[in-house]
Design a protein. Structure first.
Length: 151
């Protein structure tokens, strides 16, 4: 069985198909991101994570490429999200709040189909980032004594 070749034409067809099914396009995604991240920057928990963003227009452009690649299959984003977030000392509360705000904003900005499409991907991305950035707390190992008995 051979793989389907990935061509610019095939990507463009996928993007058109997704747009037709969801009502999403790059302009709508960018407008959503401006609203969402505008609110996130003002959020007491999430806001401090954005304090280091010096060029907000450049950041929005990067986010738009990212979400276009994720939601529309454009293939325009080639960054490393895990590395980009590694320095932020995020906690599970950050991810929960991010998702809550993302969902509310998506439902206000997109069709029902578009919101669900974005939310499915946002949940998967948040879960992946949280698992990759926050060490799993494991119980302490019990050491055996010299006689082999456990304390």
């Amino acid at each position: 069985m051979s793989a389907i070749p990935e061509t610019p034409e095939r990507r463009a067809a996928l993007t058109r198909e997704i747009a037709a099914q969801t009502g999403l396009d790059e302009a709508r995604i960018e407008a959503f991101l401006r609203t969402f991240y505008g609110a996130a920057r003002q959020d007491p928990l999430l806001g401090p994570a954005f304090a280091g963003v010096e060029d907000w227009e450049r950041h929005i452009a990067t986010l738009t490429r990212f979400w276009g690649s994720v939601a529309l299959m454009t293939g325009d984003y080639h960054g490393q999200p895990m590395r980009a977030h590694a320095h932020l000392a995020l906690t599970p509360a950050h991810f929960a709040r991010w998702l809550t705000l993302f969902e509310a904003t998506a439902r206000a900005h997109f069709t029902a189909e578009g919101a669900e499409h974005m939310l499915e991907r946002a949940r998967r991305i948040a879960r992946s980032l949280e698992m990759g950035l926050i060490p799993l707390a494991l119980p302490a190992r019990v050491r055996a004594t010299a006689t082999g008995a456990r304390p």
